[in-house]
Write a protein that binds this ligand. Structure first.
Ligand SMILES: Nc1ncnc2c1ncn2[C@@H]1O[C@H](COP(=O)(O)OP(=O)(O)OP(=O)(O)O)[C@@H](O)[C@H]1O
Ligand SMILES: [Mg+2]
Length: 233
């Protein structure tokens, strides 16, 4: 059985359908990418796995259904989430933000902190700085770092490259590579196809809440409309 299995997922906000009939899975240690444009339903999908939305269908993680579990329970099962736009706790220091990430995982805090600082030396330099004074890229690093403090079994990244300069995207990319080497299971939601293609073994195109195409980068690249709409070539 796959490590994460999403089956016939459906999410409504009132009468508006945000996710319909979405099914996909991720094997342990693999990276899956969801590529979709604004409003496609990427955040709703990741929020659902974390238990923040009211969903129908089935989500099975590490052999157990996540149905009706509160987010806290899901986080305890080691689902890490780096939310959109590097959402962090603005009034707290960088280091305290990272320690909040360790709230539901009290083991190896010093080691994990050292790992995060190794991945992102910029965060170590700025550990005492208040988080709302960080640049966009630094916030994104902090959101990722906070997720890693959980020692997650699955880590979900919501648009980790949004608004970042190529050099900063390069840092995020290096971090994702190092996570993959460590054996993390990763789910990336992105509009940035080239970043996603670099890391994900399997990609799903999400349009208006539904998966309209799935495959490896090479397979999807053969479809002209996908190349034009998402790969920009
Ligand atoms: N809390 C909410 N209440 C009502 N509608 C919502 C809510 N959150 C999202 N939506 C709607 O659901 C749809 C999917 O939104 P979602 O944020 O999941 O898309 P997204 O792919 O993450 O977009 P973006 O790339 O802009 O972040 C959109 O039409 C959005 O307006
Ligand atoms: Mg979003």
């Amino acid at each position: 059985m796959a490590f994460l299995e999403v089956k016939d997922l459906e999410v409504y906000y009132g009468k508006a359908c945000a996710i319909s009939n979405v099914s996909f899975s991720i094997d342990e240690g693999k990276c899956v990418g969801i590529i979709g444009s604004n409003g496609a339903g990427k955040t709703t999908l990741l929020d659902s796995i974390l238990g923040i939305t009211n969903w129908r269908g089935e989500i099975i993680f590490n052999g157990n259904s996540l149905r009706k579990l509160p987010p806290r329970e899901i986080v305890k099962r080691k689902v890490g989430y780096a939310p959109e736009r590097g959402s962090i706790f603005p009034g707290m220091s960088v280091k305290d933000n990272l320690l909040v990430g360790a709230y539901l995982n009290r083991s190896n805090i010093d080691k994990n902190l050292a790992n995060v600082f190794e991945l992102f030396p910029r965060l170590e330099e700025r550990q005492g700085q208040q988080a709302d004074t960080l640049s966009g890229g630094e916030r994104q690093m902090l959101a990722l770092g906070r997720a890693f403090m959980l020692e997650p079994k699955l880590v979900m990244l919501d648009e980790p490259t949004l608004g970042l300069a190529p050099i900063v995207i390069g840092h995020i990319s290096e971090a994702v590579k190092s996570l993959k080497k460590t054996g993390f299971t990763i789910l990336i939601a992105e509009q940035n196809a080239s970043f996603t293609i670099e890391h994900a073994e399997m990609i799903h195109i999400l349009e208006r809440g539904a998966i309209t195409a799935s495959g490896t980068a090479e397979e999807l690249g053969k479809e002209e409309y996908i190349r034009e709409a998402y790969f920009g070539t």
